[in-house]
Design a protein around this ligand. Sequence first.
Ligand code: CDP
Ligand code: MG
Length: 175
Amino acid sequence: MEKTLIIVKPDGVKRGLVGKIITRFENAGLSISSAKMLWLDKKKVNAFYPNDKEWILMLGKKNTEAARLRGEKLGRSEWEHGKLVRKWLMDYTASGPVVAVVLEGSDAIMAVRKLVGPTDCSQATPGTIRGDFSTDSILKAGKEKRVIYNLIHASGNTAEAKKEIKFFFSDKELR
Ligand code: CDP
Ligand code: MG
């Protein structure tokens, strides 16, 4: 069995979607291994998200792609956008309580990402969490100088899952 981490982000908690979101995973056969509610400060959020050049560029590329899909061009470089997005991400993630959950199951990391859907809710297929509960878009969010409110974080790969579970849960809290 594999473990992965999800976080219901502040917008998901504020909208009262914690139960509905977790149910999606349970319905798919994943089980809750550990869970807690907490309010992260910006320092903690800063330590949680990567801060390397590659990751920042990856964030910015998503803005370029979102604009390209709608035939628009952005005024900023991917690097400039990436840096702004990371900063906005600190404000957003620290803006209210979140719920962190370790989910366990067969091929859990990929299974969870599939259920969550892609970063841009406006591009997420119906049936995915981001596709069913939001129509927010990366392009609109960037214009409003904020991150997209996409309800949930999910570890992207094995290394991320291992690091992120450890970030939120001590050995004693894990089973
Ligand atoms: O959460 P996910 O792994 O799908 O996306 P990410 O690329 O790891 O980015 C982390 C978070 O930053 C996203 O979930 C969005 O909330 C935000 N983001 C954004 O608002 N605009 C972007 N161009 C890229 C990311
Ligand atoms: Mg990610």
